[in-house]
Design a protein around this ligand. Structure first.
Ligand code: NAP
Length: 474
């Protein structure tokens, strides 16, 4: 199968082609068009022309297009999930869950399109403001350059395209090279839903070449990026005065300070650590258990449950974990496990790979200097360390360059409130793992985990300008 570019409402042959392979079997899936500079230029030109149309489109029409996309995805749910399983090696049951969330993200976008509004400003609150009636309008920002990662190829595209269309913008989307097919399916659904030509363009090709062109193009008003901190930082440095939203990585942690419903807690933690092979931005990477006795019981149960996970073909409904996104990530993960062992860690489960599948790995007593602790591991590797107090755990959680979400299980309301105040993260979850997201909540990080917020309504705030209108009645 050959997959061309989607520019100005048409399929356009690539200037060259790249073979897309399954991360699990390494077999060819498709030939993907690679855009050159002239083609990217045409995509931006089309988006700039369509921005004039979208700006005038009434909210009910934008909402209706988004509702149709959501409905079309519902009827193609299995097909869409298989695309994710094939190109991203996401186990089918996890891929189906992603589609269900994507359907919701477009539904929320349709709802928020109808709710987009400014506010009255009480001008007479200031001396000199008497007899002035003022309000703000929320205007679309124009053309948005969206750059997305491989790990949620439908839903993270939805978190950019949904709010952008809901607020009357247009988009040039550069999806991850490993997951172009998901993005092209979404382009097809928007076309069928009646989105004007040029309002959504999808270009595939080298991240650095196309990415740099998008970031530096003066016709683009905003870059919305989800991906690694290294690329996000480079984008921020090049973007000049463009608005930039960055959703980056983390080494998320949870504190366990209670044994109430320990089985349930362990089950949640195993899910948080190993869902999609740990390749989730809020994957549970570090677990700190308060007290030696609780630590032993928690660890025993955790290792037992990890042993029940099934690895294998992403297209099988029985599979819990499949291949990492690339063989290089398998070698990197094994090296990081080796380094943790040299620094004194014990491997309680996993630690080896079969092909591109890394067995779910549990490390105990890990030195905080080990890469598996202080960097983003993005693989099915979790560490469990004992701590003496919640206070010690909070300082270990905060001893990180990242801060996306953090969790604490406790029965002590004072400890919970203290943790909520003290944990340095965009979100704090009480009695849950950090690996939790529904698609309308404000979501984003502090420190190296990013800047700006997503979650449909919050992304729309980033994607609109507030224009002030003042009537002088004096
Ligand atoms: P990545 O390597 O940073 O790639 C992300 C996107 O950036 C891809 O489309 C990539 O294109 C493109 N890109 C590469 N170099 C670029 C450059 N110089 N300029 C502009 N764009 C460039 O990340 P990934 O491996 O796909 O995704 C994993 C990362 O995403 C992890 O760090 C994870 O934590 C983070 N993430 C964060 C969130 C969140 O919401 N906070 C959610 C999901 C994932 P190519 O694929 O063509 O290289």
């Amino acid at each position: 199968m050959r997959k061309p570019l989607w520019i100005n409402g048409q399929w356009v042959e690539g200037s060259s082609w790249r073979t897309l392979r399954s991360p699990y079997t390494m077999e060819e899936i498709a030939e993907i068009a690679q855009a050159d500079e002239a083609q990217l230029n045409r995509a931006v030109e089309a988006a700039a022309a369509a921005a004039k149309v979208m700006r005038k489109m009434p909210a009910h029409e934008r909402a209706s297009i988004l509702e149709k996309v959501s409905a079309a995805l519902t009827s193609r749910r299995e097909e869409a999930a298989r695309i994710i399983a094939l190109e991203a090696a996401k186990p089918l049951k996890t891929a189906l869950a992603e589609i269900d969330r994507t359907i919701m993200t477009y539904k929320f976008s349709a709802e928020e399109a109808r709710q987009l509004r400014g506010e009255m400003v009480p001008m007479d609150a200031a001396p000199g403001g008497d007899n002035r009636l003022a309000f703000t309008l929320r205007e679309p920002i124009g053309v948005i350059g969206a750059i997305t990662p491989f790990n949620f190829p439908m839903n993270l595209v939805a978190h950019k395209v949904g709010p952008a269309i809901a607020s009357g913008n247009t988009v040039v989307l550069k999806p991850a090279s490993q997951t172009p097919l998901s993005a092209y399916l979404i382009a097809e659904l928007f076309d069928q839903a009646g989105l004007p030509a040029g309002a959504l363009n999808v270009v595939t090709g080298s991240g650095s070449t196309l990415g740099n062109l998008l970031v530096e193009d003066p016709r683009i008003s905003m870059i919305t990026f989800t991906g690694s901190p290294a690329v996000g930082t480079a984008i921020r440095n090049r973007a000049g005065l463009k608005r930039v939203t960055l959703e980056l990585g983390s080494n998320s942690a949870v504190i366990i300070d209670t044994d109430r419903n320990l089985d349930k807690i362990v089950e949640r933690c195993v899910t948080g650590a190993f869902t999609y092979q740990g390749q989730v931005c809020i994957s549970l990477q570090r677990i700190f258990v308060v007290g030696e006795d609780l630590y032993r019981r928690f660890t025993d149960e955790f290792v037992k449950r990890t042993g029940n996970l099934r690895t294998g073909d992403p297209l099988s409904m029985d599979t819990d974990l499949s291949a990492l996104i690339s063989p290089a990530d398998v070698s990197r993960s094994l090296e990081w496990i080796g380094e943790a062992k040299r620094l004194g860690a014990t491997v309680a489960a996993g630690g080896q790979a079969e092909g591109n599948v890394l067995r779910p790995t549990v490390l105990l007593n890990v030195d905080p200097r080990a890469k598996v602790s202080c960097q983003e591991v993005f693989a099915p590797i979790v560490l469990i360390n004992a701590v003496k107090s919640v206070e010690e755990a909070i300082s270990l959680v905060n001893d990180s360059d990242y801060g996306l979400q953090a969790g604490i299980y406790t029965d002590d309301v004072h400890a919970a409130l203290h943790a909520a105040e003290s944990l340095e993260a965009g979100g704090v979850l009480i009695n849950d793992i950090p690996t939790f997201r529904v698609d309308h909540m404000p979501y984003g990080g502090v420190k190296m985990s990013g800047m700006g917020r997503e979650g449909v309504k919050y992304a729309m705030e980033e994607m609109t300008e507030r224009k002030l209108v003042i009537f002088n009645r004096n």
